[in-house]
Structure formats: structure tokens, C-alpha cells
Write a protein that binds this ligand. Structure first.
Ligand code: NAD
Length: 427
């Protein structure tokens, strides 16, 4: 079965995904939609797209099998519900939703239609998340203790994008509350443990910059916070700290995972990525901790910085594994050695990639899930787990850190088959 993909939103991000979808062997054709006619015509011509549509409504009336949403960040949930109700499978750029009500409607729409929904969360596919996910699944971390996810981008990094996106009224949407865009950070933790965030206390920093972006009277959300920091309780008994900063002299996404037996830590600014663990015999058997008690049990420290080198992966006799021999000599661009290139179709060799090698995995998992009618890793229930903590955290910040409960949007139906890369959610 080959599918037709209707990509909605020919902006700065969406246009980068057109060539990736076009090259997937299970995609017959890519359509493009945008409400801005000049942008649509220019990008369609540049990308070799022949079928274009002037709105999401028109795209939903077309014969495409699925809609890939790359519209502005506060539009996704209602648009996803609209497309699902029109009988289309949905890929959505992050975030999934901006209110708990929207999240609930989205989950219900997926349940009632039985169609595939996938959140296009890049952090899930990043090399360090993949590395930690595999280590965690093998038990190498021990029990989860603490995780950090942070996404630091000064507003100055975003001025051009918001002007491109919002036109003359760009400040009203540039003030998007940071915690309503939490998924890059929450996925760094939940995309490793598959647990849930259950409670939060969050503080916000009121912005005073003279660009006037984060002002109640200007903001579409009445938002005055440019920086928000939250502490969460997790359902596996641990804790997590999420930072969403938009006015800060730093610029990075960063994760930390600490378990009872090991930790992954990073200093992206310095290019330092570290795995720490105990000697193999530490804590094995009852008597050893006591025997060791009178001397320091030194942690082993391993520099794993090579997982964050995105020079691409060339397939050789050494890494061919079980792949067909046609893969030999092909190069998957922009990947690190920690990312599972063997999941990718041969046709993705040479395809332009982005966001630290993640674009090809996003597209491949979505297309595979639609073709096989199987749940992708970031299905709607996992999307709700990434998003709901931020929505409640923003509410907590508005109440000066009041501790609030985060609702549970449930688990996928047990009889819905899953892709081979999909791991079970923990209660
Ligand atoms: N790492 C990541 O995952 C990542 C990175 C960048 C952007 N994003 C997300 O991707 C999305 C798109 O970002 P962008 O920078 O390309 O935004 P953009 O503003 O440049 O593009 C959005 C496009 O959608 C179009 N659009 C809006 N409503 C429409 C409708 N009803 N029908 C048809 N077209 C419509 C707009 O006209 C615009 O061209 C955002 O939600 C953003 O959060 C994610």
C-alpha cells in the first residue's frame, strides 16, 4: 500500500519535510496546503509538488490518506481533530495541544476514529534520548531517580521566525507561554522511562525586556512569563525538573537521567556527554555494600561524546548487520552512530535530514505506522503525557507555584497493535 500525504503549512519547518516524505518508498505523492497563496506557489514549485490546496478544509476534502500538520504551534489540536473526523491519519508538529480540554478531545477523536495519530516530537529520536532509552530498558540505570529536560532559546533566536509566522501582529503570538511548548523537554525524560508526570509546582519569571513581547495586554494568552521552571513528581516514584526559558543568555536543549545505578549527564555548551556508573560488582549480592562500606566506591566515568557527532552514517561490512547488501556504501545524512539507521528504508540514503538526525525517523515511523495500521511510539496517549505536564505547570506558575495534579489521559487500547519500535507505557 502506498499512501498520499497532505502536508499542511509550507512554512520554515514544514517545507523541510516535503522532500523526506517524497523519498519514502511507501509514499505515492505529497500534496501541499497553505493559506498564504504566494508562499504555497513558491514552495510547491521549488519542491516539485503538483497538487496544492488553499486551506486545511480543502486538503481534508481531497483524496489524501493522511494530513501532516506544520501550522503554528497553537493551532494543532483542533486541526488534528478536524482531519481525523475527515477520515485522515494525522502527523502533528509539536505541541499536540495548548489546553487540557483540547488534549481530551484529541484522545477521544483518535479512539472514536481508530485512525493513526503521531506527534512529531524530535527529542524522542535524538541520539542521547535513544542512548538512554536503550540503557534504561536494559536496566543499566537501575530505578529512575531524577531527570532534567530543558529547552533554552532566547527570544532573539526567534524574532525572525515569529515575524515570518505572525506578520505585523507577531508579538501577540511570540509571547506563547514557554510551558505550553514543553514536549522537547518532557520527552527527554518520558521518552526514556515511559512513566507519567503526576504533580507539579512551577515558577515563572515576569519579563521586563523592552521589546514588549511578554506583556499581558499584547499577548494572545495574556502571558507575562518568558522563563518557567517546574519540578514534577513522576509515577515511578522519581522527580523531574523541566526548564522552558525564552529570555536567557544560553541556548541549548539538554537532558539528564539519574538512576540508582547510573547516570547520563551532559554539558552541551562544552560538548561534554558523560555516562557514569558503579563498578559491576557494586551492590550485587547482600554483603557487598557492607564490605565496601569502609572505602569509597568510585563511580566509573565514560566520555560518550561520540553519540553526539552528526556526520552521517555510512553502511559498511562492519555495521551492515542483517540489512540487505544494497545498503552497502550508502550514507544516511546527519545521523550519529547512536541512532538506529537500520530502521530506515534504503531510499532515505542521501535524503536531507535535520534537528540532529531526527527528521528521517519521524517520517519513517509515521509512514510505517499508517501503512501497517500500528501505533507509533509517540501516539496520542504518549503525546498527552508530554503535553499535559506543561499545561498544568503554566497554571501552577500563574498561581505562584501552587502544587497541582496532572490528569491521566489513559493508555492505548491493549488490542491496538504497535510498531516494533513502540515501547509500552508504564502506569
Ligand atoms: N524541533 C521541532 O519539533 C520543531 C522545530 C521547528 C518548528 N516546529 C513546529 O512546527 C510548526 C511549524 O513551524 P514553522 O516555523 O514552519 O511555522 P510557520 O509559521 O513558518 O509556518 C506555518 C504555516 O502554516 C500555514 N497555515 C496556518 N494555518 C493553516 C491552515 N488552516 N491551512 C493551511 N495552512 C495553514 C501558515 O500560513 C504558515 O505558512 C510549529 O508548530 C512549530 O512549533 C517544531
Amino acid at each position: 500500500m502506498k499512501i498520499k500525504v497532505g502536508l499542511c503549512g509550507a512554512g520554515q519547518f514544514g517545507r523541510r519535510f516535503v522532500p523526506v516524505f517524497q523519498r519514502h518508498p511507501d509514499v505515492a505523492e505529497v500534496y501541499l496546503a497553505d493559506v498564504l497563496p504566494d508562499r504555497l506557489a513558491r514552495e510547491a514549485a521549488r519542491l516539485g509538488v503538483t497538487k496544492t490546496f488553499d486551506s486545511l478544509e480543502a486538503l481534508c476534502r481531497s483524496d489524501c490518506d493522511c494530513v501532516a500538520l506544520f501550522t503554528q504551534r497553537w493551532l494543532h489540536a483542533p486541526q488534528a481533530v478536524q482531519a481525523l473526523k475527515a477520515g485522515k491519519h494525522v502527523y502533528s508538529a509539536v505541541p499536540a495541544a495548548v489546553t487540557l480540554e483540547e488534549l481530551g478531545e484529541l484522545v477521544e477523536a483518535v479512539k472514536s476514529t481508530g485512525l493513526i495519530y503521531m506527534l512529531g516530537e524530535t527529542s524522542y529520536y535524538r541520539a542521547q534520548t535513544t542512548f538512554c532509552r536503550d540503557k534504561f530498558a536494559r536496566g543499566e540505570f537501575g530505578d529512575f531517580v531524577y531527570g532534567e529536560g530543558q529547552y533554552h532559546h532566547d527570544m532573539a533566536h526567534f524574532y525572525a521566525s515569529y515575524m515570518h509566522s505572525g506578520g505585523d501582529a507577531w508579538k501577540s503570538t511570540a509571547s506563547f507561554p514557554p510551558m505550553l511548548y514543553p514536549t522537547h523537554s518532557t520527552a527527554f525524560v518520558l521518552g526514556v522511562t515511559f512513566a507519567r508526570m503526576t504533580e507539579v509546582s512551577c515558577f515563572g519569571q515576569v519579563d521586563h525586556h523592552d521589546d514588549g513581547v511578554f506583556r499581558a495586554e499584547t499577548s494572545q494568552w495574556g502571558n507575562v512569563f518568558s522563563n518557567q521552571s517546574a519540578l514534577f513528581r513522576t509515577s515511578d516514584g522519581g522527580m523531574a525538573r523541566i526548564n522552558e526559558f525564552r529570555r536567557v543568555g544560553a541556548g541549548d536543549g539538554r537532558m539528564t537521567i539519574m538512576g540508582t545505578r547510573a547516570a547520563y549527564e551532559e554539558q552541551p555548551g562544552q560538548g561534554v556527554f558523560t555516562w557514569l556508573d558503579f563498578p559491576e560488582d557494586y551492590g550485587q549480592g547482600d554483603s557487598i555494600p557492607f564490605r565496601e562500606a569502609r572505602r569509597l566506591v568510585a563511580l566509573r566515568r565514560e566520555d560518550v561524546s561520540d553519540i553526539r557527532v552528526f556526520d552521517g552514517v555510512e553502511v559498511t561490512e562492519e555495521n551492515l548487520g542483517d540489512l540487505p547488501r544494497e545498503y552497502l556504501g550508502k550514507t544516511f545524512l546527519g545521523l550519529s552512530p547512536a541512532q538506529p539507521f537500520w530502521q530506515l528504508p534504503l531510499e532515505f540514503a542521501g535524503v536531507p535530514n535535520g534537528h540532529d538526525g531526527t527528521h528521517v525517523f519521524l517520517v519513517n515511523d509515521f509512514v510505517r505506522s499508517v501503512v501497517a495500521q500500528k501505533l507509533p511510539p509517540n501516539h496520542v496517549w504518549q503525546a498527552a503525557r508530554y503535553n499535559a505536564p506543561g499545561i498544568v505547570a503554566h497554571e501552577s506558575a500563574k498561581r505562584d507555584g501552587e502544587r497541582l495534579s496532572i490528569p491521566d489521559f489513559g493508555m492505548p487500547p491493549a488490542d491496538w497493535p504497535v510498531l516494533d519500535t513502540t515501547r509500552p507505557l508504564q502506569p
